[in-house]
Ligand binder design. Structure first.
Ligand code: FAD
Length: 297
């Protein structure tokens, strides 16, 4: 089913995002992929509309992303959605990859520009490639029948110095043919609600799906908030700091917070929630089991 039809529902849509595991050799990779599928089987009980699979920085997981996507489609019968970035690809490479995806029966794609390589601050457009995601969206729309998701940043993309400008750039992706927007993770719902309001004012009227990542470890959230620039509400930040040496307490605080966050978002009428389980079922499963019954997704 295409993204447009998926979100044309009066019930909130749930989806998950996973990443291709890293491994030193093929045996280790196969073992890690098997482990990942055990986790996905647990999560599949919550009937996600799709599972998205990231595309490694610099195109490093190009083939593994496609293998995992195909395996999800064939083995657990859930719609997979590959991510794809402009990094290191010419138009010809991109077209070839898109055709591969379509012939594998994939219906949707998350179209991204990607990050500059490690150590660099500026994204350099590949030769005969694209410099911004809106150009990729336009190319996908012209050359395929794929449904298209794009990324957004409620707390502003790190390279952009104004949220209004960043939303203006998001609008370009929608004008080029995106069907749905998925946000970067955030912990302060008020940032998301303000972002929605600004986006609506700029004429964006397709679903903007919040991304939620339940916190499961102190070092993880320190790393993630540095990388993504997401703010933690003071109360959450204080609770985490007070319990930083107690890994079980951190998990509990993270899960309780994600339940509260999801309940508030569902109550506000979001079209869905995109969860980031980081390849492990436990935290997201517990969050989904504890979301208020009347708001069950
Ligand atoms: P763009 O939409 O192109 O935006 C990039 C920057 O350029 C922004 O600051 C924007 O304001 C500005 N801009 C956009 N268009 C224009 C324009 N036409 N003119 C001038 N300025 C413009 N990365 C990966 O490597 N692999 C993944 O699988 C992956 N998955 C992701 C999933 C989600 C849900 C999200 C939120 C992010 C993901 N990322 C992934 C990270 C993403 O690649 C980076 O955040 C990247 O820096 C920006 O990609 P984008 O598609 O948002 O870029």
């Amino acid at each position: 089913m295409k993204l447009k039809e998926i979100y044309n529902s009066n019930k909130p849509i749930i989806s998950f995002e996973i990443f291709p595991p890293k491994a030193q050799n093929i045996d280790e990779l196969n073992q890690k992929i098997n482990d990942l599928f055990e986790e996905l089987r647990i999560l599949s009980e919550f009937n996600p509309a799709f599972i998205s699979v990231t595309y490694g920085a610099g195109g490093s997981t190009r083939e593994t992303t496609l293998d995992i996507v195909t395996k999800i489609k064939n083995n657990i019968n859930i719609q997979p959605m590959p991510h794809f970035t402009c990094v290191g690809s010419s138009r010809g490479d991109i077209l070839e990859y898109l055709k591969k995806i379509e012939s594998a029966g994939i219906e949707n794609i998350l179209a991204l520009r990607g990050d500059p390589p490690k150590g660099e601050t500026k994204f350099v457009k590949p030769e005969d490639g694209f410099g911004y995601a809106n150009e990729l969206v336009e190319f996908i729309k012209l050359n395929t029948n794929l449904g298209i998701a794009v990324a957004a940043y409620p707390e502003c993309h790190l390279e952009c110095n104004s949220l209004d400008k960043d939303i203006e750039n998001l609008k370009r992706k929608i004008d080029c043919g995106a069907d749905v927007v998925i946000t970067q993770l955030f912990y302060d719902n008020s940032c998301y609600f303000e972002f929605l309001e600004k986006a609506q004012k700029q004429g964006i009227n397709i679903p903007i799906i919040p991304g939620i990542l339940p916190i499961t470890s102190y070092s993880q959230i320190e790393r993630i908030s540095t990388l993504s620039g997401c703010k933690l509400p003071d109360e959450l930040s204080q609770k985490l700091a007070e319990n930083k040496d107690d890994s079980e307490a951190i998990k509990q605080i993270g899960i309780e917070f994600a339940v509260k966050q999801a309940n508030e978002l569902l109550k506000s009428g979001v079209s869905g929630i995109h969860f980031y389980p980081l390849n492990k079922a436990f935290a997201v499963k517990t969050v989904l089991e504890n979301i208020k019954t009347e708001q069950k997704v």
